[in-house]
Design a protein around this ligand. Structure first.
Ligand SMILES: *[C@@H]1O[C@H](CO)[C@@H](O)[C@H](O)[C@H]1NC(C)=O
Ligand SMILES: *[C@@H]1O[C@H](CO)[C@@H](O)[C@H](O)[C@H]1NC(C)=O
Ligand SMILES: *[C@@H]1O[C@H](CO)[C@@H](O)[C@H](O)[C@H]1NC(C)=O
Ligand SMILES: *[C@@H]1O[C@H](CO)[C@@H](O)[C@H](O)[C@H]1NC(C)=O
Ligand SMILES: *[C@@H]1O[C@H](CO)[C@@H](O)[C@H](O)[C@H]1NC(C)=O
Length: 185
């Protein structure tokens, strides 16, 4: 987090708190370059699918299918962190654990998770409040540039790491690596 300097930090905090992202426009092109999915308790849930596809030239889409074996789920924590690659991935900017069911009841209160969630909800079956009593499916998710219009990040390789816990036990982890190219547009 030292990489982006103090001004950017204040700037990020400012836009996250005011929600005025539409005022700031950063030209960017983003592309998912790699993903991994790890079940941390296979009796609880497992990944039936975790893959990237190339539906058309210059477009990468992501499919994830989580099979859930112990339903319904009513107590979910998510821990979202953002990593930036220099030589290896270093923690960058975000690293927080949230009560997911609480977030779903009132998404606007957690702006950073909301950016992430808004991006994924159109291509998944997760857009509803708890409880969850079905598998989780993301199909054809394409990371779009709009997401990073909101965050003034420097170009480079990043990774979102999402960890999911239910009843205080970590169950699964998903990592999404992506390239943020500020100049190609
Ligand atoms: C999963 O279930 C199997 C069979 O019931 C059991 O032997 C194993 O210990 C369980 N694993 C975990 C991580 O709870
Ligand atoms: C997140 O924060 C916790 C404690 O605040 C720390 O132990 C952990 O290493 C951090 N992880 C990342 C990716 O920043
Ligand atoms: C997020 O999860 C990591 C494990 O991946 C943990 O080390 C860290 O403490 C968590 N961060 C917070 C702020 O709870
Ligand atoms: C998500 O759910 C909310 C509330 O049910 C609904 O208003 C919204 O249109 C849904 N969004 C998507 C992308 O399905
Ligand atoms: C979720 O479950 C854990 C472990 O049983 C409990 O400590 C925690 O208070 C629960 N959270 C909510 C929001 O109910």
């Amino acid at each position: 987090m030292c990489k982006i300097g103090r001004f950017s930090w204040i700037f990020v905090i400012y836009i996250l708190h005011t929600g005025r992202w539409q005022n700031f426009f950063v030209d960017s092109a983003t592309k998912i370059t790699n993903i991994y999915c790890t079940s941390l308790d296979k009796n609880y849930s497992d990944f039936q699918r975790c893959r990237l596809l190339v539906p058309r030239r210059n477009e990468i889409s992501m499919d994830i299918h989580v099979r859930a074996y112990q339903l319904p789920v009513n107590n979910i924590s998510i821990n979202l962190s953002l990593w930036h690659k220099t030589n290896s991935f270093q923690p960058f900017l975000y690293n927080q654990t949230y009560d997911y069911c609480k977030f779903m009841r009132n998404p606007t209160r957690m702006p950073f998770v909301k950016i992430f969630f808004d991006a994924i909800k159109k291509t998944s079956n997760i857009n509803h409040t708890c409880p969850y009593n079905h598998d989780l499916i993301v199909k054809g998710f394409v990371m779009n540039d709009g997401m990073f219009r909101l965050l003034p990040l420097p170009g480079g390789t990043y990774m979102f790491k999402l960890r999911v816990a239910t009843l205080n036990a970590w169950r699964a982890e998903v990592g999404v690596q992506f390239l943020l190219d500020l100049k190609s547009k």
